[in-house]
Design a binder for this molecule. Structure first.
Ligand code: KG4
Ligand code: ZN
Length: 351
């Protein structure tokens, strides 16, 4: 059996494990136990409930992965877990399990940054299919429930933050907008579904910082604008216009993400745009990125939908990259960090 990596991801509400071939990065098994139904009645993730459910789900998820990969414990040569950013009480579960296994089996442990997992996921599977795990120079757009980042990627672990959101993340904008529209949590997929029969030009919602010459984002004005519009509509009107409202709201988010990503590629003369994170499941965003990337001669790399939302395969992919570089791993004493970053302070204040 080849050398394998077991990776765990418990940064928020998904309990996930994956087994990857260490040399190629190929995903042999990936299991996710979703807590969406558990948190739905609360309209968002409840940290205490999330961590309690991780403790229940982690063992079955790991065992299912080992069975599916057909690799026994002896084949696991390294362990990895998300070390941050995320909810402290959730991060601790995956981290403690992976560290305990690494200690018991005397194997290296890799503490992985969740954002780096998302950032590299567009290169996963495509690169591994050809056996080439190099990360080409690219601009990375990470759009998730907690983050909206534009990153200049010179190569593996050589990242510079170009811009980020000043308030809500793109996924948060979808989730909060959906709540205002009376749609269930999580809001992104619901808005996308409702928007399918709506007119994206029906309402003119603000596009935060769209005209400013920087790579930052702002989505809180958009949410406020939706609230004011809804205040002026009767319950009947709101119901009959929910498709148009959803389509216009989605359009405002998508267009600003596309415009800033393309502008970053042009400014930095990067020929590849790599897009990841839960919001990159959105079909309209994927279509618009493709149109604009083609128009500007930019190669678009979209994470596979199964790798867009939180998963452990993306964490294992970063660990596999480190393994291949003969990285000895991280000390077991290293703590989780709910505010972990992948960029130095100097680069964030000097984009
Ligand atoms: O990356 P992810 O699974 O978790 C975080 O690390 O945050 O992203 C979850 C976010 C949620 O805000 C969800 O509403 C959004 O991704 N999302 C979508 C879609 N699918 C998930 N947003 C827009 N359109 C979608 N199809
Ligand atoms: Zn995520």
């Amino acid at each position: 059996m080849n050398d394998l990596i077991l990776a765990l991801e418990t940064s928020c509400d998904e309990t996930a494990a994956a087994v990857l071939d260490a040399a190629s990065g190929k995903i042999l098994a990936s299991e996710i136990s979703s807590q969406i139904e558990i948190h739905r009645p609360y309209g968002g993730v409840v940290p205490e409930v999330a961590s309690r459910n991780h403790t229940v789900s982690i063992r079955p998820v790991v065992e299912a992965c080992l069975d599916a990969s057909q690799g026994g414990w002896d084949s696991i040569r390294a362990y990895a877990a998300t070390a941050g950013p995320g909810l402290a009480s959730s991060l601790l579960i995956g981290n403690t399990v992976a560290k305990s296994l690494a200690m018991a089996c005397d194997r290296p442990f890799y503490a992985i940054n969740h954002l780096e997992g998302h950032l590299l996921s567009p290169f996963q599977e495509v690169e591994t299919a050809s056996g080439d795990m190099n990360i080409p120079p690219a601009v990375g757009l990470v759009v998730s429930g907690g983050h909206t980042l534009l990153v200049d990627m010179a190569g593996f672990q050589n990242y510079r933050l170009l811009g980020s959101t000043r308030d809500d993340a793109a996924g948060e904008a979808f989730d909060k907008g959906a709540k205002l529209l009376g749609l269930p949590y999580p809001g992104g997929p619901e808005i996308e579904k409702t928007a399918r029969v709506g007119d994206p030009e029906a309402y003119d919602f603000p596009r935060g910082l769209a005209t400013e010459a920087n790579f930052d984002f702002s989505f809180s004005g958009l949410k406020t604008s939706l609230r004011y519009r809804l205040d002026r509509l009767s319950a009947e009107e709101e119901k009959s216009r929910v498709a148009d409202l959803s389509a216009s709201y989605q359009h405002a988010i998508v267009e600003v993400l596309v415009a800033k990503s393309i502008a970053a590629c042009e400014a930095l003369k990067r020929k590849t745009l790599a897009v990841s994170g839960g919001v990159s499941c959105n079909g309209t965003l994927r279509e618009r990125l493709k149109e604009e990337a083609d128009r500007h001669g930019i190669k678009l790399r979209l994470a596979k939908p199964s790798l867009c939302t939180d998963n452990a395969a993306m964490i294992g992919f970063v660990a596999a990259q480190r393994w291949q570089r003969q990285d000895p791993g991280d000390p077991l004493e290293q703590e989780i960090n709910p505010n972990l970053r992948i960029f130095s302070e100097a680069s964030t204040s000097d984009p």
